[in-house]
Write a protein that binds this ligand. Structure first.
Ligand code: PLP
Length: 445
């Protein structure tokens, strides 16, 4: 068996056995990029190189890696209660955590359903939305509305309301869903923060309602800031307009805050930052600082109360839905500790303070060859890279690989490069990252 020099002695058979997610498996296994440890804002790879974490894991580890307070909480929980049934029984930490999360939410969002990931949060939210209308005696309200360029995870509901075509193309029929237009207008290229124009794009919802009728529509789901499509901040007034139309027509508004909740925007949630309150919010990722998989769906109390009122005898389930790992005790311990770290270290405030400097630094890449657009908000930014002929995803891949070689991890996806800095990043680290990115782009043919 052959072993690559930089893979901790893994054999080709071992490498081949793992069918990796969202990965070019053939390419990776020819030249693996193996990470063996992490501390603070850095990974160490199998060659012993330190690599700056320019995406906080996968938008997960804003508080940095190897956070002692989270590690200790996880370790303590493991020896106290490693698992307990999620259905019909409970443990103290899930209730404590649900209450803690509700305190971070905008007014009225205070009923928390736990999941194991962002994708599960999305499926849960879509199912709650449909079931809610049925409980309200409006069983016809089933249609779901997403948005072009939206990313809502990888399960069937999520890809159906999602609007990134390569994520849907292979999988045939999904769930009936329609899509609002995305908000990337050509006149808004290189806007710093929220674009001035584009609120009118929300009016397409009125047009969809005119075609399909609100009596058939359960919910609209959008990311307040679209992350995976390349960081697309909402135009000023856009989310408020969506809210207004949903309220007017009795349609639930779901914010998918899997990336934006718990600090990345410089507030506890995107809803708080952008001043618009949804009926249901989906979260995951930063909730546990990525340490243990976990998601949470937060619903308005009125939604929960409807299920309780219409639940039949009280020993019966009000919502036949849940996961074996819902409210996992170790995940709950990790989340409580992670939210403590955000509060104790004032990391959400830190994001807000750093955001203008990060904005200035990332926009200094304007004018670099192939950089066709730069967008940013909080500690998130996206670059659109001009396509190589017939190969829109090639240059971002080449740029990310060059950055990796220089000791910087950035995400590439479609025709974009994405940055999601640790909330603990120093200005000097951001400066080095931007320089490495500029060099990498300039090195392209
Ligand atoms: C907005 C949004 N929703 C859902 C998901 C899916 O989350 P997960 O990969 O944990 O299933 C993601 C992941 O990036 C996301 O960004």
């Amino acid at each position: 068996m052959t072993a690559h020099s930089n893979t901790c002695g893994l054999s080709q058979a071992q490498l081949d056995a793992h069918w990796m997610p969202f990965t070019g498996n053939r390419n990776f296994k020819r030249d693996p990029r193996i990470i063996v440890s992490a501390d603070g804002n850095y990974y160490t790879d199998a060659d012993g190189r330190k690599v700056f974490d320019g995406l906080s894991g996968l938008w997960t580890c804003g508080a940095g890696h190897n956070q002692k307070r989270i590690n200790e909480a996880v370790s303590k929980q493991l020896s106290l209660l490693d698992y307990c049934p999620a259905f019909q029984f409970g443990h103290p930490k899930s209730f404590e955590l649900a209450h803690r999360i509700s305190e971070l939410m905008p007014e009225g969002l205070n009923r928390v359903f736990f999941t194991g990931s962002g994708s599960e949060s999305v499926e849960t939210a879509l199912k709650i939305a449909r079931a809610y209308w049925r409980k309200q005696g409006q069983a016809g309200k089933t249609r779901l509305i997403g948005r072009s360029k939206g990313y809502h995870g990888v399960n069937f509901g999520g890809i159906s309301v999602g609007g990134i075509s390569p994520n849907r193309a292979l999988y045939g029929q999904g769930i009936d869903a329609i899509h609002l237009p995305h908000t990337m207008l050509p006149e808004n290229t290189f806007t710093q923060g929220m674009p001035e124009t584009g609120a009118h794009l929300a009016d397409d919802l009125e047009a969809q309602i005119a075609i399909h009728d609100a009596s058939n529509i359960a919910a609209v789901i959008v990311e307040p800031l679209a992350g995976s499509a390349g960081v697309i901040p909402p135009p000023k007034g856009y989310l408020a307009r969506l809210r207004e139309i949903c309220t007017k027509h009795n349609i639930l508004l779901i914010f998918d805050e899997v990336i934006t909740a718990f600090g990345r925007m410089g507030s506890n949630t995107g809803a708080e930052e952008f001043g618009v309150v949804p009926d249901i919010m989906t979260t995951a990722k930063q909730l546990t600082n990525g340490v243990i998989p976990m998601g949470a769906v937060i619903a308005k109390q009125e939604i929960y109360d409807t299920f309780m009122a219409e639940g039949g005898p009280d020993y019966m389930l009000e919502l036949p839905h849940g996961y074996t790992y819902s409210a996992h005790p170790v995940a709950c311990a990790a989340a409580l500790a992670s939210l403590d770290v955000l509060a104790q270290d004032k990391l959400v405030e830190r994001v807000k303070t750093m955001a203008p400097q990060f904005q200035e630094m990332v926009h200094s890449l304007k004018g670099t060859q192939y950089v066709a657009d730069i967008r940013n908000y909080g500690l998130a930014a996206g670059l659109t890279i001009e396509s190589a002929p017939g190969e829109p995803a090639l240059r971002p891949y080449q740029i990310a690989m060059k950055c990796w070689q220089k000791g910087f991890y950035v995400r590439y996806g479609g025709d974009t490069i994405q940055l999601g800095l640790p909330f603990t990043a120093e200005l000097s680290e951001i400066d080095s990252l931007i320089n490495a990115l500029a060099e990498s782009i300039n090195e392209l043919d």
